[in-house]
Design a protein around this ligand. Structure first.
Ligand SMILES: [Zn+2]
Length: 417
């Protein structure tokens, strides 16, 4: 990690020098020219570099238990901010913060409901915005749970909050205009797509669009991104069987397909449990043999699910280093790691319900509790109204989740790649 940092700072500083030199040179030439050194490499080139900090989490859901627990009878209001207070420091301040919104936001309280057809209050999105989320995917098996109203109102709320979204569209016209989500980060163009395996058998209402997984659609989208000289391509899939902890064929075949078509990063969801992740060198149909980051399933970030392996998830974080030499973009992944999270329902208390806890702020990797004033070491814990008193069973459940997670996907520290 240290050597990576040193290399990075060297690259950045040399780039800064070349930029400064370019600015100096511009006084004499209309354009900074590229000179070749003896070795053939550029001395002061048109090279550009970006170091993008990226964060992704899994499924964000609101079950009946949360609707009940996060509603104040006294204030007659919903509030989901408490769920994210402890994790927001890990989300904020990054260049890319993504999650899968697996509920609709239908607007009308009559349509609020948990499983099987999800509809949550807009207050969920207010809390997600304040927690640091910048982009949410909306194509999943619950996209059309509340029909046209659900699709349209969800996107209206996200637009009002300036949260980017992808995967569902209010009209065909909007789809044609926005089917490629293009992120411009430090001058690099990152194309982002989201597809779901289905919509639980519910018909997609006329004129609205939900991106369904198909070879034809993925090929068309990614070929377009390539034709536009995308520097990187991200695909978020909603796929695979639920509660299975090993990537199923129904996942790997789509991951393989998307990478063959040029995808660089795969963000998976829907199984509601964590699955393996890592960087692999793969060749696409353009002949590019390069590292791809694959997160097969990011588990539940927020939900009311309490079964083994579904009661927690992870915050995945990495740095994407992009470098363009004037012809090609080179990608490198650094500091790829995850932060295990566990959802504490805290139903015995009348506040701080369904709090997502960064597990290692509460216990170490051996499950030993940290000796902390608030039970949690994050400074944001001070914002909570008092101590999070985890009962013995909750502590044990969190520990079980941590151990099972480490056994399956490795320790939370840096993934050796
Ligand atoms: Zn799902």
């Amino acid at each position: 990690m240290i050597s990576n940092r040193i290399i990075l700072s060297k690259i950045l500083s040399s780039n800064l020098y070349s930029k400064a030199f370019c600015i100096f040179i511009i006084g004499f030439y209309s354009q900074c020219t590229i000179a070749k050194s003896d070795s053939g490499s550029n001395i002061f080139s048109s090279e550009k570099i970006a170091n993008i900090s990226m964060v992704a989490v899994g499924d964000i859901m609101v079950h009946d238990s949360q609707l009940k627990a996060n509603y104040s009878i006294k204030n007659r209001k919903y509030n989901f901010h408490q769920s994210f207070e402890l994790v927001s420091p890990y989300l904020q301040g990054n260049d890319f913060v993504f999650g899968n919104l697996e509920t609709t936001l239908p607007g009308n309280p009559e349509h609020y409901s948990g499983y099987p057809q999800f509809g949550a209050p807009a207050e969920l999105a207010y809390a997600l915005k304040d927690a640091g989320f910048q982009i949410l995917s909306t194509a999943n098996n619950h996209s059309v749970d509340k029909g046209t109203l659900g699709i349209r109102n969800t996107l209206d709320v996200l637009d009002q909050l300036n949260i980017k979204h992808l995967g569902t569209y209010r009209t065909q016209k909007e789809y044609e205009q926005n089917r490629n989500l293009i992120l411009d980060i430090e001058g690099f163009k990152i194309f982002f797509y989201n597809y779901t395996y289905g919509t639980n058998g519910l018909p997609i209402p006329d004129d609205t669009v939900v991106n369904l997984i198909s070879e034809e659609l993925i090929s068309t989208d990614l070929a377009f991104a390539k034709s536009q000289k995308a520097d990187a391509i991200i695909v978020a899939f909603h796929y695979g069987p639920e509660y299975v902890r090993i990537p199923a064929k129904d996942q790997t075949k789509w991951v393989d397909f998307a990478i063959r078509e040029g995808a660089d990063i795969i963000l998976g969801g829907h199984p509601h449990v964590l699955q393996t992740y890592g960087v692999e060198k793969r060749t696409d149909r353009y002949g590019e043999n390069r590292d791809r980051l694959i997160l097969y399933s990011m588990g539940n970030f927020l939900s009311g699910q309490r079964h083994l392996h579904t009661d927690g998830g992870a915050i995945f974080r990495w740095n994407l280093l992009l470098k363009n030499d004037g012809n090609r973009t080179f990608l490198e992944y650094q500091n790829v790691h995850y932060i295990p999270t566990w959802v504490f329902p805290n139903l015995k208390s009348d506040h701080n319900r369904f709090v997502i806890i960064p597990v290692l702020d509460y216990m170490n990797e051996n499950g030993k509790l940290l000796n902390l004033e608030y039970g949690i070491k994050t400074t944001s814990a001070n914002k909570l109204n008092g101590k999070l008193n985890l009962d013995k069973k909750s502590e044990q459940d969190m520990k079980t989740f941590l151990f099972n997670t480490m056994e399956l996907i490795g320790k939370p520290g840096l993934k050796s790649i």
